[in-house]
Design a protein around this ligand. Sequence first.
Ligand code: DQA
Length: 142
Amino acid sequence: MKLLIVNGPNLNMLGIREKHLYGTRDYAALCAYIQQKAKELGVEAEIFQSNHEGAIVDAIQGAYQRVDGIVINPAAYTHTSVAILDALKAVQVPAAEVHLTDVTRREPFRQISYAGMACQAHFIGLGFEGYGKAMEWMKENA
Ligand code: DQA
């Protein structure tokens, strides 16, 4: 099983950005966590991060008929991007939404998730563990 893990803008700034919300572990630590989890589950994880909406759309399109599942944290684009929603719908690959923080308890503008509308599972507010749970979900359901 091959999974594409997509991370949106500013997630590369983990460990630096708003530590009270996102913690002190950096992006390399997140990638290491994901790869360790992939090893445990016996799946392959390809990790992609971009600060650019179009690049994320391209990465999702590139998953078409190539990967078995997409785990996506679109970060700020969660709340704005119909293009990412449409890309997820277009490729028809099982998708799971992840957010490190509990967006349901944050600002009103974070209450809508466009990408989430094309996801079959949601792991919100669990920190790094959310990626692990999403990967487990993929192994069981995709
Ligand atoms: C986030 C939540 C988003 O609202 C925010 O813009 C992010 C990260 C999270 O993982 O908690 O950049 O997706």
